[in-house]
Design a protein around this ligand. Structure first.
Ligand SMILES: *[C@@H]1O[C@H](CO)[C@@H](O)[C@H](O)[C@H]1NC(C)=O
Ligand SMILES: *[C@@H]1O[C@H](CO)[C@@H](O)[C@H](O)[C@H]1NC(C)=O
Ligand SMILES: *[C@@H]1O[C@H](CO)[C@@H](O)[C@H](O)[C@H]1NC(C)=O
Ligand SMILES: *[C@@H]1O[C@H](CO)[C@@H](O)[C@H](O)[C@H]1NC(C)=O
Ligand SMILES: *[C@@H]1O[C@H](CO)[C@@H](O)[C@H](O)[C@H]1NC(C)=O
Ligand SMILES: *[C@@H]1O[C@H](CO)[C@@H](O)[C@H](O)[C@H]1NC(C)=O
Ligand SMILES: *[C@@H]1O[C@H](CO)[C@@H](O)[C@H](O)[C@H]1NC(C)=O
Length: 831
């Protein structure tokens, strides 16, 4: 009853505000906006005016981080970057200098797995071919190394919106971009007499192209450096679909008007043929390397170098559209202007989260802004490039995948970039309108595989729970949002491998049974899907509550507790039998199968991985039963009860960390360090979160333990560093201590600033252990706050100052009584 009382109080406050808001909408809108404007906007610590200078885009570019370090705008469709011939070149690039460069391509994803996505339309420069016909044009023959710096790293440089490298051929390559167009600058060494550039239309990273078309426009002298356009069909990265992509490239000299190319032609595999202007599919089934090669006159002036600009438009609709948007977005080929504009755009966005750089370590600032930066590369804004239907709604792609991003990436966006968030949500709802279900995973305009639940549900929930009162003005229809959620929750799609959920079985049994072979998908991931479906329904219950749909609240809160149906209290951990009770596979008749709790962990005797493999079939996805048995963010209090009470729960978490059952590379583990909060031991959470960062994340090229997963890992690092951890689709955020004396979030929709002040901040312990970092007490706007363990969203909505008093004593609590614990369904937290 205690916790209920506390939360009831909170709820009454918000009802009061809601009523006031409703009144204001009709009566006192002007007064309300005056009130909003009076929110203090200044911060009383030095502002970081140029946060992009702290961004190191190379973190995670070796050892399977798969991070994209090239040039893009926030959520830009075009991501211009270098491609190397390394095995792990999912984002094109590899930070290890031993790999050769195969070209500079235009799209890319970041941090993903699957097959190599979107390394389409590579450009490649030559300085020294002995003749046009002898220019090696196939990837295997043309590739070259980079120059190497003294420390052994490649001579590459990147900052938000800009990438540069020096090739071993002494050609310098620089890239910048607008949303749908890249601008490349190739600076040739002074003695180059025949600067040449190749445009590769077919090599997408997978060699998957079919039906390629390449055309070279005949170019008249004095009208610029020629044009090549074309396109092909390619394979998606993590799904069954294929997509079309098109390119349009034009050239210009920098500092001089380039004349018509002296040589031009189509290449097929390793053979450029001078004078040819046109090529299509050679014969069915043949996947050629196809494109064009140009030779340009060098710079007419001996004092200025030969710098050739290539403007590269890309479209998912047609080559004509690629040419048109390129002309619109970059009419003037002004590389420096575009580079500066891109940087300014990034600075404005990143600067909405301010950290106090005084008194901390520069490396922490670098880790923070680099992590925040990586949360704004995907999803990508493909508005205007959706080939499937016409719509005035935004269209975002590279949703790869919601399974990765719903936990921390979108909650981070709520804090400082709600307008982009609203546009992504609108795009998702539009996909549901046209395809029947919300997207889960999507790349290059095609559906990709489901990883677990329909995790757009908590993404939409996160948006609506936090921005319901602004939804309409942000273009999100609450009705359409709710309709989209209900489609996932109630209607079984024909193929639940790529959209929606297996809701027939879910509604019938309340869990996904191991032995039900319904049509529509491969029956796999029974247990992890059950756990996620429960959380999906929790998100829907939260939206229903906000909309006042009481019957639906009851219905979905009940379904949110279905995780109980796969909880087997009798299964013990073989290496520690005192740890008892696990999520386990169950048959349709209610009897149980057994999965070793260590399955897919580092201690799995069978060394299974739980990666997506429908053929092998597995009850768990990218996480051990140990991990999934901790994953009930909607009702951790119930987990504590199931796991034998507070002492046993703490002991179990300690055991998980001590024995490497915490999986730093996969998202279901991310909340684990913070779970001590629910046991009223927030000091342990603070220390664990910091130990995890110290052990697995740093600012080197190797500084990620695994795939960045479209920025999901970056967002979790950013949250840990500001001393917060989100509960998606709720109005609560778990609280710890930041890595900085002050942190501020500027929210452009609320037009408020929320400052977290760490009073008595003395820096951060290098290994995360100990230090004066534990939260002893909390004040909000000068008043004592009832919990040291979580903050209500109202605080961020209204803006203000959250003041934390720090101590070096790890034995701190959430507050005086049970009331201060974070909410859980079973303690009435979301009633
Ligand atoms: C936001 O607040 C600032 C000052 O507090 C004010 O100058 C500005 O006009 C406000 N912007 C909006 C969109 O309300
Ligand atoms: C890289 O290219 C160079 C020639 O430019 C070649 O000698 C070397 O073997 C290549 N390395 C790999 C890994 O292919
Ligand atoms: C490449 O070479 C140029 C000219 O020598 C130099 O200014 C630049 O710093 C080098 N590195 C990169 C990544 O551009
Ligand atoms: C041109 O200069 C580069 C160094 O800038 C050198 O490596 C190359 O051999 C020279 N080529 C010719 C043809 O002189
Ligand atoms: C666990 O064991 C007890 C006692 O043998 C039994 O009553 C109960 O049904 C078992 N529970 C499960 C989930 O197997
Ligand atoms: C129980 O699960 C294991 C592992 O997934 C599987 O090999 C076995 O066939 C299952 N048992 C039954 C009766 O389906
Ligand atoms: C940086 O992080 C990586 C990935 O977790 C780790 O392998 C490496 O040892 C760390 N390096 C340093 C210097 O801490």
């Amino acid at each position: 009853m205690g916790p209920q009382g506390f939360h009831l109080g909170q709820r009454l406050t918000s009802i009061f505000w809601l009523t006031l808001l409703e009144l204001c909408i009709t009566l006192c809108l002007p007064i309300f906006s005056v009130a909003a404007q009076s929110t203090p906007h200044h911060i009383d610590f030095p502002r970081v005016e140029n946060p992009s200078k702290y961004v190191n885009p190379f973190i995670g570019t070796v050892n399977v981080g798969h991070v994209f370090p090239g040039a893009t705008l926030p959520h830009g469709m075009v991501k211009a970057g270098m491609d190397t011939d390394s095995p792990g070149n999912h984002a094109g690039y590899d930070g290890d200098a031993k790999y050769n460069v195969t070209g500079f391509s235009q799209l890319h994803d970041t941090g993903t797995g699957g097959s190599i996505p979107l390394s389409n339309f590579k450009l490649f420069p030559y300085a020294w071919c002995s003749s046009y016909d002898k220019c090696p044009s196939s990837i295997a023959n043309r590739k070259v190394l980079r120059k190497v710096k003294e420390d052994g790293s490649p001579d590459d440089w990147a900052e938000p919106g800009y990438f540069a490298t020096n090739l071993s051929t002494s050609i310098r390559v620089e890239l910048t971009s607008t949303r749908r167009t890249a601008l490349h600058r190739y600076t040739f060494p002074p003695n180059t007499t025949n600067p040449r550039i190749l445009v590769d239309v077919t090599n997408d990273g997978q060699r998957s192209s079919t039906n390629p078309i390449v055309r070279v426009d005949r170019v008249k002298a004095g009208e610029g450096g020629g044009r090549v356009y074309g396109g092909a069909e390619f394979a998606g990265s993590f799904g069954p679909g294929r997509y079309k992509a098109f390119v349009c490239v034009t050239f210009q000299g920098e500092g001089y008007t380039i004349d018509a190319p002296t040589e031009y032609g189509i290449f097929l595999n390793n053979y450029p043929t001078r004078g040819t202007t046109h090529s299509e599919q050679v014969y069915v089934g043949f996947q050629p390397e196809l494109g064009a090669v140009f030779t340009f006159p060098p710079s007419p002036s001996t004092s200025s170098p030969t710098s050739i600009l290539a403007r590269v438009g890309v479209s998912l609709i047609s080559a004509e559209q690629a040419c048109k948007t390129a002309e619109e977005e970059i009419p003037d080929f002004d590389f420096e202007r575009l580079r500066n504009e891109a940087k300014a755009t990034w600075n404005e966005l990143l600067g909405r989260v301010q950290v106090d750089v005084t008194g901390g370590k520069e490396e922490d600032v670098e880790l923070f802004y680099s992590s925040l930066y990586r949360t704004h590369i995907a999803p990508a804004d493909y508005t205007g490039e959706n080939p499937k239907w016409e719509s005035d709604e935004p269209y975002f792609d590279s949703l790869y995948c919601n399974w990765d991003t719903y936990r921390t990436l979108y909650p981070l966006m709520s804090l400082h970039d709600p307008v982009t968030f609203a546009n992504i949500v609108r795009g998702m709802i539009d996909i549901q309108r046209h395809e029947g279900w919300l997207p889960e995973c999507r790349g290059a305009t095609v559906q990709h595989y489901m990883q677990g639940g329909s995790n757009a549900d908590p993404v939409l929930g996160e948006f609506f729970i936090k921005f319901a009162s602004h939804a309409e003005s942000l273009g999100v229809s609450p009705e359409d949002l709710y309709t989209a959620l209900l489609a996932d929750a109630e209607e079984e799609p024909p193929n639940w491998n790529v959209q929606g959920r297996q809701v027939g079985v879910w509604k019938e049994l309340g869990y996904i049974a191991q032995d039900m072979f319904a049509p529509g998908g491969a029956n796999t991931k029974w247990v992890s899907r059950t756990v996620e479906y429960a959380f999906n329904d929790f998100a829907i219950a939260q939206v229903a509550k906000t909309l006042g749909k009481d019957q639906d609240v009851t219905k979905y809160i009940k379904r949110a507790q279905n995780f109980l149906n796969v909880w087997n209290a009798n299964v013990t951990l073989p290496d520690e039998p005192s740890i008892k009770g696990f999520m386990q596979p169950r048959f349709a008749d209610g009897t149980w199968n057994y999965t070793d709790p260590r399955h897919c962990s580092v201690h799995d005797p069978e060394k299974a991985t739980c990666f997506l493999n429908a053929v092998r079939r597995d009850g768990f996805y990218e996480g051990s039963p140990i991990v999934y048995s901790q994953y009930v963010p909607q009702d951790t209090a119930k987990l504590i009860e199931l796991q034998g009470g507070v002492e046993a729960f703490v002991k179990r978490l300690d055991f998980i960390f001590a024995n490497d059952y915490f999986e730093s590379t996969n998202e279901p583990s991310q909340q684990m360090p913070f779970m001590y909060h629910y046991a009223n031991r927030p000091g342990l959470s603070t220390q664990r979160a910091r130990q995890v960062l110290a052990k697995y994340f740093n600012t080197t090229r190797n500084g990620l333990p695994g795939n960045d997963d479209s920025g999901a890992m970056g967002s979790y690092v950013a949250f840990y560093m500001v001393g917060l951890y989100p509960l998606p689709a709720t109005r609560q955020i778990l609280l710890s201590s930041p890595y900085f004396a002050n942190v501020a979030f500027e929210n452009p929709v609320f037009n408020t600033t929320t400052v977290i002040k760490a009073v008595g901040f003395e820096g951060n312990p290098a290994d995360g252990t100990g230090g004066k970092v534990f939260v002893e007490s909390v004040k909000v706007n000068g008043e004592p706050w009832a919990s040291n363990c979580y903050i209500d969203w109202d605080v961020f909505e209204k803006g203000g100052v959250i003041e934390l008093t720090l101590t070096d004593d790890i034995i701190v609590s959430c507050g005086k009584d049970q009331l201060a614990l974070p909410p859980s369904i079973s303690t009435g937290g979301y009633d």
